[in-house]
Design a protein around this ligand. Structure first.
Ligand SMILES: [Zn+2]
Length: 554
């Protein structure tokens, strides 16, 4: 059978050790049928073959985004964007312009506000927000989404102004006047304000409760949600992403994606977890098994359980082994008791489910690894591919355990303070200088044989994989004693393709360009091996192909 598409005059980086480079690639239907020199591959040409001249640009396997949030990310594209905003005046100007343009919103939602948006010594409070928007509720999120700030009207309407008792790890920060200061830490504190919005909360269910919309959305709402996901999928395709590992989920998200797939509009492979929250009974894992059984396709699948073990280092909600440098006596509180987590991990593992746990502090990472070890002891060693998400700070004793336990380190190059324009504070002071060498320890983990999977945690960071790779390749050091964690182009791409495919149980199908594999690739406009990585940001693909279909570009 002759090729439907041939891409030639390309610098192909295959991620296949047996043939790392090639000049041309041929696709028939949804498979790769040829790879090699121009002359070799042109033998696959037939009457209907489309030939694309890559102009010397790089062709790589489609990006596997190892950790992102499709539904919320897509919904947030229409929110107030505060990335890079510094100082009260800039916050006021941007917010006022947005408020003018969006008079109908019942809750104004801002995204990407730095923890030091007002200044390093002046935390953002409801009083700042009141001076900008006095009469309508506004909620502004930090980039990590674990902290948000609300104005007085919002706090009042949500019933939080006088404070409220919350579960471990969640906090309504109180001011000296006995009223909420405006800063809300973690979901239980933030969600009552977020719920003031009549629209769009369905996009957050997979994250906030892991539950299903009740009542089930009517036709118009369902169609509106499909449109939101379409926007997100277009955004991903425009950045070369062909495989999304979603890190929140519920059945509703899967049903929406299934409908898009039925309409031939699913432009990336998507893997969606069951989100296990700490208020759930262990028997809820039955639902995870049902999702795993129902969704088993190459385009859409489930089969894993997502949990959160802790919060973030900036707000001191991440769980550390030793005290925070800035808060003596405080280590953070885990969202699951270690013994309970071990029991949940063992049961999920027994059911054949993969597990992915958000763990940012070294204490949380250890609890998760201990749980995986307990599962292995109980159920025997199997091909589990459990994952730790973020691994921002690690105790050196735990580094070799990733290889020993076969656990995947899912890490985000945009996240180290200083990368992607992120401020150094309050992060670096909070964890303290002694822990800096063990923060985002890409090099030490790789050297210890851990498999690293890369992603952006979009919408926590910009979805752009090329910017993310730039950050991986150019990361600076916070002091002289820090190891050089810069990644090579090959390491970065490998973590963004082949390793990602493995983490999604799709190796042998995608993540590598090789005859017989599914045709997932992207064509970049330049030869990456001859381009300064400091200029990668914003480098968009000319073309993205998923499952043999051109899903972006022409
Ligand atoms: Zn995430």
């Amino acid at each position: 059978m002759s090729a439907s598409l041939i891409i030639t005059n390309a610098a192909i980086l295959t991620m296949d050790e047996a043939r790392p480079t090639a000049e041309a690639i041929a696709i028939s239907g949804n498979r790769i049928i040829g790879l090699g020199s121009h002359a070799e591959v042109m033998r696959e040409q037939g009457a209907g073959t489309r030939i694309v001249d890559a102009g010397g640009g790089t062709v790589i396997p489609g990006f596997v985004e190892g950790h992102m949030h499709l539904f919320t990310g897509a919904a947030e594209l229409s929110h107030l964007q505060l990335y890079g905003t510094r100082g009260f005046d800039a916050l006021k100007a941007r917010t006022e312009a947005y408020v003018r343009d969006n008079p109908g919103d019942d809750l104004i939602i801002g995204e990407q506000a730095d923890y030091v948006i007002i200044g390093e010594h002046e935390p953002l409070s409801r009083h700042h927000l009141d001076r900008i928007v006095p009469d309508r509720p506004i909620l502004v999120f930090s980039p990590d989404h674990h902290t948000a700030w609300a104005n007085t009207v919002a706090l009042e309407r949500a019933g939080l102004l006088k404070g409220r008792t919350l579960g471990p790890g969640n906090e309504i920060v109180m001011g000296a006047d006995g009223l909420a200061q405006g800063e809300l830490r973690e979901g239980e504190a933030i969600d009552p304000v977020r719920a003031l919005s009549q629209k769009g909360n369905r996009d957050r269910l997979g994250l906030s409760t892991g539950g299903e919309p009740d009542p089930y959305p009517g036709k118009a709402e369902f169609e509106a949600d499909l449109e939101t996901l379409r926007v997100g999928l277009r955004h991903a395709a425009a950045h070369g992403i062909t495989f999304i590992q979603n890190m929140d989920g519920n059945i509703y998200t899967l049903e929406l994606l299934e409908e898009l797939h039925r309409r031939h509009e699913l432009t990336a492979r998507v893997r969606v977890p069951f989100h296990f929250k700490n208020f759930m009974d262990i028997s809820m894992l039955e639902k995870a098994s049902k999702m795993a059984d129902r969704y088993v396709g190459d385009m859409l699948c489930s089969g894993f359980v997502k949990l959160f073990m802790d919060g973030v280092a900036d707000s001191a909600t991440a769980v550390m082994i030793d005290d925070y440098a800035t808060r003596p006596g405080w280590k953070g509180e885990p969202l699951f008791e270690p013994a309970r987590f071990a029991a949940i991990a063992t049961e999920a593992d027994r059911r054949g489910l993969q597990i992915a746990v958000h763990a940012i502090g070294d204490g949380a990472v250890r609890i998760v690894l201990d749980g995986y070890e307990a599962a292995m002891k109980a159920n025997g060693r199997r091909d589990s591919r459990h994952r730790v998400e973020h691994v921002e700070v690690i105790h050196p004793d735990d580094i070799p355990r990733f290889r020993e336990l076969g656990v995947i380190a899912s890490m985000q190059p945009p996240h180290p303070p200083g990368n992607h324009g992120l401020p150094l504070e309050p992060y670096l002071s909070n964890i303290g200088e002694a822990r800096w060498p063990w923060a985002f320890a890409w090099k030490a983990l790789r050297e210890a044989g851990a498999r690293l999977v890369f992603g952006t945690d979009w919408p926590v960071s910009d979805i752009d994989p090329m910017w993310s790779i730039q950050s991986a390749m150019t990361r600076g050091r916070w002091n002289e004693r820090m190891p050089d964690n810069r990644q090579s182009l090959h390491q970065s791409l490998h973590s963004y393709t082949a390793d990602g495919a493995y983490a999604g149980f799709m190796e042998g199908k995608t993540g590598v360009l090789k005859e017989g594999m599914l045709a997932d690739l992207c064509v970049l406009p330049v030869d990456l091996t001859k381009t300064d990585p400091a200029t990668f940001k914003g480098l968009r693909p000319r073309m993205t192909v998923c499952d043999g279909r051109v899903v972006f570009g022409a």
